[in-house]
Design a protein around this ligand. Structure first.
Ligand code: SF4
Length: 304
């Protein structure tokens, strides 16, 4: 299952890229800006500000949707089944209701991704798998990445590393660049904020570092979670200890996707303000650059 192909991206890997966003994630990070990607099934989004008064198109195709005494549309989400989603996909005239997620077919996806092959080749770009957690669908990633390699196209994957090692191993020969997340080094805090096992991630890092062609570690810097000097320094210590890690990216927290939580009717529990602490990021950058284990080719970037 996938939910988007973003063409002409210049942010997720080198050059001009297409990003294939796959559904489903094994973590539930409080600050996640793509909450529509969490479920491996299709998701229903509803924006009341676009809903037309007097319209009943969605009510006619799904008994899970009603209007209350104020005429507001009410969705009984647990009652929204696959059949309703099929019907709701195209029924709303204003896109107040939209369904996120499409069945993935390898051939069709490759066909779409290959449309921009000339741009990838000219710019040293390629195809990036993202999500959600793309390696939950490792077989699909492997098949598409293998096809891209046959076409001479560079591949990258953005992963939280919270997957069984066999999923990583199965795509390894076909991935040129690993854009990996390291969010914390404290297992309890990680469990509390991201709902996952840090030891699984660390074990995967130790194994991947021995085999990855290129390993980039990305750190979302989130208020209240890891925005202290000591926490960032411990993350840097771990990143630098992985011999093949060539880059560390510090990603300051933003809130650009927080409205999606309203559309999905989920509570957003993270800060409503972006991280505004350039000194902290500069300090962590300096710490990494001057680290005794840091190598010549190790670079640290602060991304916007
Ligand atoms: S179909 Fe769209 S515009 Fe019509 S009632 Fe439903 S949500 Fe509102």
């Amino acid at each position: 299952m996938y939910f988007n192909i973003q063409r002409f991206s210049t942010h997720d890997g080198d050059g001009i890229r297409s990003i294939l966003f796959l559904k489903g994630c094994t973590l539930a990070c409080s600050w996640c800006q793509n909450p529509e990607s969490r479920s491996e099934k299709r998701s229903l989004l509803f924006d009341p500000s676009l809903c037309l008064s007097g319209c009943s198109a969605c009510l006619e195709v799904s008994s899970a949707i009603t209007r209350d005494h104020t005429d507001a549309v009410i969705i009984n989400r647990p009652a929204v089944n696959e059949l309703y989603l099929d019907r709701l996909k195209t029924v709303c005239p204003t896109k107040a209701l939209s369904v996120c997620g499409e069945q993935a077919h390898t051939d069709l996806l490759c066909e779409q991704l290959l449309k921009d092959k000339p741009f990838y080749i000219q710019s040293d770009g390629g195809v990036t798998f993202s999500g959600g957690e793309p390696l939950m669908q490792a077989e699909l990633v492997r098949d598409i990445a293998q096809r891209m390699h046959q076409e001479g196209i560079n591949t990258a994957v953005e992963t939280c590393m919270h997957v069984p090692w066999k999923n990583i191993e199965s795509v390894l020969p076909y991935i040129d660049c690993w854009l990996t997340d390291l969010k914390h080094t404290d297992a309890q805090k990680f469990k509390l904020w991201a709902k996952g096992s840090l030891s699984r991630i660390k074990n995967n890092f130790q194994r991947l570092a021995k085999q990855a062609k290129r390993l980039v570690i990305r750190v979302p810097v989130v208020p209240g979670f890891n925005d202290t000097r000591a926490e960032l320094q411990e993350i840097v210590d771990f990143a630098v200890s992985l011999e093949s890690c060539s880059e560390l990216h510090l990603l300051p927290y933003h809130t650009l996707g927080s409205n999606k939580y309203n559309l999905l009717d989920i509570k957003y529990l993270c800060s409503d303000k972006p991280l505004n602490n350039p000194e902290l990021l500069a300090d962590a950058q300096l710490y990494a650059q001057n680290h005794p284990l840091s190598r010549k080719q190790f670079t640290v970037k602060i991304r916007g």
